[in-house]
Design a protein around this ligand. Structure first.
Ligand code: SF4
Length: 189
C-alpha cells in the first residue's frame, strides 16, 4: 500500500501530444533507415507509409515551418557573402532568390558566441555617428529596440532561439537620425 502510494506520488503525468499517434513512432526508430534512404523505391515506400498516418497534417506543418526557417537562413548566408552566394544557393537545393545582384549591404549579422545572441556589424559607416539597432521576430510588424552604440559592432542579447529574426539599424548624427537600413533576416541559434 505504502509502495503504491509512493509510485503514485512520483509518477509524472504527461499531456498526450500528436507525436504519440505518429505511425513511425514505434519507440525503436525502426523507420529511420527507410526515411533517410536516397533510394527511389525507399522514398516511394516512405511516402506510402506516411500516407496512412493519422497525424500527417501536423507532421507536415512542422516540416513546412522548418523548411521556411532553413530557406531564410540560407538566404541570409547568401546575402552576407555575395561572392559565395551562387554556391551557397546551389548547394542548398532551395529555390530562393539568386544573389547575383551585388546588393550593397548596410550591415551584416552573425551568430553570437552564446545561444540567443547575434552580432550586428555596420558596413556603411557614417562619420561621427552612433548606431541605433532594433529587431523583429514577426516579420517586421513589431520592432524591439536593441540599443544605441558608438561602435560599428554590437552584440544583441535575449533573442528568440530557432527563429528567423529581422535586424535593422540606422545612423544617428548631429544632424539627426538617418533612415533605417534594409532589414536583414537571420536565423538565431
Ligand atoms: S507523416 Fe510524419 S509522423 Fe506520420 S509516419 Fe510520416 S513522418 Fe511519421
Amino acid at each position: 500500500m505504502f509502495a503504491l502510494q509512493r509510485i503514485e506520488e512520483t509518477e509524472t503525468i504527461r499531456e498526450p501530444v500528436w507525436q504519440d499517434l505518429a505511425l513511425c513512432n514505434d519507440g525503436r526508430g525502426s523507420m529511420t533507415e527507410l526515411f533517410f534512404s536516397e533510394q527511389l523505391d525507399d522514398i516511394a515506400a516512405a511516402k506510402a507509409f506516411c500516407g496512412g498516418c493519422p497525424v500527417r497534417e501536423e507532421c507536415l506543418d512542422v516540416v513546412r515551418s522548418l523548411v521556411g526557417e532553413l530557406a531564410s537562413y540560407v538566404q541570409a548566408q547568401a546575402d552576407a557573402d555575395v561572392d559565395q552566394a551562387p554556391v551557397i544557393i546551389e548547394s542548398s537545393g532551395f529555390s530562393i532568390r539568386a544573389a547575383s545582384t551585388r546588393r550593397k549591404l548596410g550591415f551584416v549579422v552573425k551568430q553570437g558566441r552564446v545561444s540567443g545572441t547575434a552580432i550586428v556589424e555596420v558596413l556603411a559607416v557614417a562619420k561621427r555617428a552612433s548606431y541605433e539597432h532594433r529587431w523583429s521576430a514577426d516579420g517586421g510588424k513589431t520592432w524591439n529596440p536593441a540599443g544605441v552604440t558608438l561602435q560599428t559592432k554590437m552584440t544583441i542579447r535575449g533573442l528568440p532561439v530557432g527563429v528567423s529574426v529581422l535586424f535593422t539599424c540606422r545612423p544617428c548624427t548631429k544632424s539627426g537620425e538617418g533612415d533605417w537600413m534594409e532589414p536583414y533576416p537571420f536565423l538565431v541559434k
